[in-house]
Each structure stands twice: as structure tokens, then as C-alpha cells.
Design a protein around this ligand. Structure first.
Ligand SMILES: C[S@@+](CC[C@H](N)C(=O)[O-])C[C@H]1O[C@@H](n2cnc3c(N)ncnc32)[C@H](O)[C@@H]1O
Length: 255
């Protein structure tokens, strides 16, 4: 996510991603979201784009749906493979970027999920367009794409918004986010109280703050149709100005 050679938390502490994001606590809620996705799309094979340590892909495989996790960070993919091997032969993980989806994954999937702001990792509108064309090529005709943007409407201009704090042993993690003009910043602090002198590190991840109009325009340019906006992954509530998160679904026409 970090660009221009700046240090990224995900590169520096890939082993701590699950603690930072509270994965053990998130898992029960996420299992229900995956059940709702399966009920809506009835997928037969799924690409988890931006899989990080592989939770989403694993939850599909647990429901007997083959899933491939894709992530550009080798360290994340290594952890995903290690954690879930040999959980299921329905599950595999690949290193690769959305902008350059490996050829062997073209026309393979009837559902792509790109969750938890993974799409923001592309960084620029040009890369967003490449990524959406990449998703288009990975889908079979008639397939669907689900994009989830967390905290989409929550961060006001020039406001710093706390996202979450988590603790593991002597280490405290805090995440907060800020929106300035067209840029979105995610700050992660890692405070280690276990050292003789407490050690504080700060990571800044910078990305383009895509509006839903920009994403929808890019989806249409990539060839997607039947775009729909929801407030969450249960697809019961439509997105409104008061919704916290934004979930977009887009369809690849059968012909
Ligand atoms: C916030 S994490 C989300 C992980 C997971 N989807 C979840 O729901 O917990 C974003 C992940 O997307 C990956 N990512 C971001 N941009 C990417 C890109 N352009 N191509 C491939 N992976 C990307 C990052 O490396 C990171 O592991």
C-alpha cells in the first residue's frame, strides 16, 4: 500500500497482520458475510483479490467452494500458505497484482471478492482502471465482482478518524485515517512496551481517495454492467449517504 519506497507496515510486520486486524475476533462475523455472499452469487470458484493472510479464501474453501487467494506481497502469501496448508486442496495462494493478473488465472472465476479496502492499494486512478480490467479478464462471462470499501463515508475532509486499537502482549497497535483532498492516509502505530525503553514506530500508507463515481465510471469503462451499491456484505441494505461502508457489485455480461 505504501508507495515511493516508504516503509509499509504490511511489508515490515507481515506476521502481525492478523493481530493488527483482530482476525480471531473478526472470523465469526466474516463467516456470516461469506455465507451471505455464497447465498447471493452461488459461486463455483472464487478469487480472493488482496487475500493477505488468507482468511476469506479459507472460509470459501470450508464451504466446499474452490478459492484462490492473490496478493502482491510475497510475505503475506507465504503466511497464508503456511497457515492454511494443508487445510484443503480447494485452496491455493498466488503472488500477483490486480493490475497484472497472472495469465493462468484468466477466465477462471465466476466470482471475485476484493474486500476491506484492498482496492485502495492500487494507489492511482490509472492503476484502478488497470486493476478493474484485470478483474474483468479473470472473470468468466456472467461472473461478478464484489468490492468492499470500509469507512467509505466515515472520514470527513481534513479529519483524523480513529479506526481501531488492538493489543497483543506488550505491543499496542493503533490505526487511524485521514482524508485530505484526493488523498487518503492510513496511519499505523506500533508501540512496544516490552523493551527497556518503550519503542514507537509509525507507518503511513497513502492512497487515492476514489469516489464511488470514479470507481463506477472505471468499472463501466472496463466493461462491467449492472452496478449496485450496498451498505454491507449481507446485501440487505442499499448504500445511502448515512452508510458507513460501501459495497459495490458489478457484473461481467455473459456476451
Ligand atoms: C487491507 S488488506 C485486506 C486483506 C483481506 N482482503 C481482508 O479482508 O482482511 C489489503 C491486502 O491487499 C493487498 N493488495 C493491495 N493492493 C494490491 C494490488 N494492487 N495487487 C495485489 N494485492 C494488493 C495488500 O498487499 C494487502 O495484503
Amino acid at each position: 500500500m505504501s508507495r515511493g519506497g516508504k516503509r509499509s507496515f504490511f511489508d515490515t510486520y507481515p506476521n502481525e497482520y492478523d493481530i493488527l486486524t483482530n482476525a480471531p475476533v473478526r472470523e465469526a462475523c466474516h463467516r456470516k458475510e461469506i455465507a451471505a455472499i455464497i447465498a447471493k452469487f452461488k459461486p463455483t470458484v472464487v478469487l480472493d483479490a488482496g487475500c493477505a493472510t488468507g482468511l476469506t479464501a479459507r472460509l470459501f474453501a470450508e464451504r466446499s467452494i474452490p478459492a484462490v487467494g492473490l496478493d502482491r506481497l510475497k510475505a503475506m502469501v507465504d503466511i497464508a500458505k503456511h497457515k492454511h496448508h494443508p487445510a484443503s486442496e480447494l485452496l491455493s495462494f498466488r503472488i500477483g497484482s490486480f493490475e497484472r493478473i497472472p495469465k493462468t488465472l484468466h477466465a477462471k472465476f465466476d466470482l471475485i471478492v476484493c474486500l476491506a479496502n484492498s482496492i485502495s492499494g492500487v494507489g492511482t486512478i490509472g492503476n484502478l482502471r488497470k486493476a478493474l480490467r484485470g478483474f474483468m479478464s479473470a472473470l468468466r462471462p456472467g461472473g461478478n465482482l464484489v468490492l468492499q470499501m470500509l469507512n467509505y463515508s466515515a472520514v470527513a475532509e481534513d479529519e483524523v478518524m480513529p479506526v481501531k486499537a488492538t493489543q497483543s502482549g506488550s505491543i499496542i497497535y493503533e490505526r487511524f485515517t485521514e482524508r485530505r483532498a484526493k488523498r487518503l492516509y492510513l496511519y499505523i502505530t506500533r508501540l512496544d512496551l516490552g523493551k527497556k525503553t518503550p519503542q514507537l514506530e509509525v507507518f503511513r500508507h497513502e492512497m487515492d481517495n476514489f469516489s464511488s463515481v470514479e470507481i463506477e465510471t472505471s468499472l463501466r469503462l472496463a466493461g462491467f454492467r449492472n452496478l449496485k451499491r450496498y451498505a454491507d456484505l449481507h446485501f440487505r441494505k442499499r448504500f445511502t449517504a448515512n452508510s458507513h461502508d460501501l459495497v459495490l457489485i458489478a457484473h461481467k455480461p455473459a456476451r
